[in-house]
Design a protein around this ligand. Structure first.
Ligand SMILES: O=P(O)(O)OC[C@H]1O[C@H](OP(=O)(O)OP(=O)(O)O)[C@H](O)[C@@H]1O
Ligand SMILES: Nc1nc2[nH]cnc2c(=O)[nH]1
Length: 179
């Protein structure tokens, strides 16, 4: 596992199985309508790739890049758009695909920003959520796993841009971030 990781929280097999469940729920909910998946870079790259391939619904994909974390482990609360969508989402069924909802500040900002563009519907699918860390109350229909309020890495999630390529979600050893 390497010295920087403390433990594996969610295995690749657990992620695969849960994404398959979420995908079949999403397919059923949208009843074969076309879905625009909006992936939130960079963390959601792995979820987006695996969820999109598990879905039977016809999908298109677009990407937004926002950042509120920088190189640290605490949300700054200030969301910046680094890359906007290429697509006009007006009248489309849009599903935001996220790797993690922590404080909820990023998602809350995204919902209001994308909601103002008049999509036909706006849903959210996230692999991970930290219920105890929520600073805003957001009703999210598709959640992979609720996890404790610990900083996690892997499966798209980074610490200072590292560990995104781990196939599982793990916790970081405190010495890595000065704990
Ligand atoms: O609920 P919040 O406290 O707002 O945190 C969630 C956000 O934090 C992460 O992005 P980050 O800003 O780390 O960018 P990255 O995906 O490029 O690593 C993650 O991908 C979410 O978008
Ligand atoms: N890597 C990583 N990014 C995050 N962004 C918000 N919460 C987290 C977390 O626990 N880990």
């Amino acid at each position: 596992m390497g010295d920087d990781l403390r433990s594996v929280l969610i295995t690749k097999e657990q992620i695969d199985a849960r994404l398959a469940e979420l995908a079949s729920g999403i397919d059923e909910a949208y009843g074969g309508r076309e879905l625009l998946l909006v992936g939130v870079l960079k963390g959601a790259v792995m979820v987006m790739a695996d969820l999109a391939r598990a879905l039977s619904s016809p999908v298109t994909m677009d990407w937004m890049a926002v950042s509120s974390y920088g190189a640290g482990t605490q949300s700054s609360g200030v969301v910046r758009i680094l890359k906007d969508l290429d697509t006009d989402i007006k009248g489309k069924d849009v599903l935001i695909v996220e790797d993690i909802i922590d404080s909820g500040l990023t998602l809350s900002w995204l919902l209001s920003n994308l909601g103002s563009r008049e999509p036909a519907s706006l849903g959210v699918c996230t692999l991970l959520r930290k219920p105890d860390a929520a600073k805003v109350d957001i009703d999210v229909r598709w959640v992979g796993f609720d996890i404790p309020s610990e900083f996690v890495v892997g499966y798209g999630l980074d610490y200072a841009e590292k560990y995104r390529n781990l196939p599982f979600v793990g916790t970081l050893a405190p010495h890595v971030y000065g704990g």
